[in-house]
Design a protein. Structure first.
Length: 460
């Protein structure tokens, strides 16, 4: 071990001289300088190689630019040659006639192909007409009739921390109105004839369309929807978007009063006066129609729902008794009377809750009280009818004396409403054969008559 350490110390010792008598320290310095010069030469060589590589790349890029320039020149010569050919062709006689015939032929072929495509789609798709009402939604399928007639109600489960889930739509959902726990909401997405909740309306429409399209259906349907004539462009767009999201191929909007006139089989294409009063759940439409167009019209958002609310307020104020919307609607349809017999009032028992004691009770109310509750709203409807009559042209106003007024909509089923309107206006009054379905039947007839649909649909 000792000899090994001495050997290592001797090898690293720079003191003394070598065999030639040169001091060892000079030899070490010489070796270091040689090593540095060698490294310097290697770095210089690397730098030179990099410069050469970059130079070759620049040469290649220059060559590519030359090729591209030659291609551009070649294309420019082609364009010049084509331009000269076009000038020569245009200088020949009858050139414009040839071009015109060729262009018209292309248009005819494209129109023919699009017409064939439309006819093919119309044959194999289940086109629908929809009365998207505040109270009820009705769906008419071409060649099949009315397949859906259900309340416009959707029941949703809204548990915390979970996405809302649809529990029921239509009749089953209406049964839950006023009877559901906190985590279940029975929603009416239509209010006053327009969409109040866009997302829920889309879900409801999708459900009804899927239900009506039972069986095999390869193509999306065309859909015609009846809407109130007084809605805004934003509300129209909301209806169209809801139907498109529900799976419609094309969506057409028509005014409810026009659809009601067609459904009531009035001669709307003739130059005679046709006056319609459509009293639905959310709106009342009054219109004078002639030659497939609306001469004058007026829409108010007072109809069946407002009458139900008036009944609820009347009973609450008079009896300190509270009832729900469904109960108020049943009372209106059972004993509601626009012109009651003062000597013999109909009556019915009403179940609800006493506000003073908080205890459920049963009270008895009669038709006279219901008439008193809804009288104000009936007067507002009659005021709208008078305004439309005043705005009608004299010649058409004279026709109304003979043809009279046609009542449609759910509220047209209110007892003696025709007598009340007749007494107020002095004109003959007729109730449509099927007041609840008049609008959707008229909309369905437009599906089978494209020319009529084109004339009456609402333009964008």
């Amino acid at each position: 071990m000792k000899n090994r350490k001495q050997k290592i110390r001797k090898e690293h010792d720079v003191s003394g001289t070598d065999k030639n008598g040169t001091p060892k320290k000079y030899e070490v310095i010489h070796n270091l300088s040689c090593k540095k010069e060698k490294e310097k030469d290697e770095n210089t060589g690397d730098h030179i190689r990099k410069i050469r590589h970059q130079t070759s790349n620049i040469k290649h890029q220059t060559s590519d630019i030359r090729h591209q320039t030659s291609d551009i020149k070649h294309q420019a010569s082609k364009i010049r040659h084509q331009t000269s050919n076009i000038k020569q062709y245009m200088s020949e006689p009858d050139t414009f006639d040839k071009l015109r015939y060729r262009k018209s032929g292309k248009k005819l072929r494209s129109r023919f192909s699009s017409c064939l495509k439309k006819r093919f789609l119309n044959i194999f798709s289940k086109d629908m007409a929809i009365d998207l009402g505040t109270a009820n939604t009705l769906v008419y399928v071409r060649n099949e009739g009315i397949l859906i007639n259900e309340p416009s109600v959707v029941a949703m489960r809204t548990d915390r921390g979970m996405d809302p889930k649809v529990l029921a739509v239509g009749t089953e959902a209406k049964k839950m109105l006023g009877k559901a726990p906190e985590n279940i909401a029975a929603i009416r997405p239509m209010r006053d004839g327009v969409i109040a909740d866009f997302e829920i309306t889309g879900l409801m429409l999708r459900h009804f369309i899927r239900k009506a399209r039972k069986g095999m259906s390869l193509f999306k349907p065309r859909i015609v929807i009846a809407v109130p004539s007084g809605i805004t462009p934003v509300e129209k767009r909301a209806v169209k978007e809801a139907a498109e999201q529900a799976g419609a191929r094309n969506v057409f909007l028509v005014e409810e009063c026009m659809a009601a006139a067609v459904g009531a089989e009035l001669p709307i294409t003739r130059p005679v006066c046709n006056m319609v009063v459509d009293i639905g759940g959310g709106t009342t439409e009054v219109a004078v129609i002639s030659l497939s167009g609306i001469v004058t019209s007026r829409t108010i958002r007072i109809a069946g729902d407002k009458m139900d609310e008036a009944i609820i307020r009347y009973i609450k104020k008079k009896y300190n008794f509270i009832i729900g919307e469904a109960t108020a609607e049943r009372i209106k349809m059972s004993i509601g009377n626009a012109s009651p017999d003062t000597e013999n009032f109909e009556s019915t028992e009403v179940k609800g809750r006493n506000l003073m004691s908080g205890v459920p009770k049963v009270i008895t109310i009669d038709a006279g009280e219901i008439y008193e509750a809804i009288f104000q709203h009936m007067q507002e409807i009659m005021e709208t009818v008078r305004i439309v009559l005043e705005q009608a042209p004299p010649e058409l106003a004279g026709d109304i004396v003979d043809s009279g007024i046609v009542l449609t909509g759910g509220v047209a089923l209110l007892k003696n409403l025709d007598k009340f309107v007749g007494a107020e206006t002095g004109l003959p009054i007729k109730i449509a054969d099927n007041p609840l379905t008049t609008v959707v039947l008229g909309t369905g007839k437009m599906l089978g008559d494209p020319e009529l649909l084109r004339q009456v649909m609402i333009s964008e």
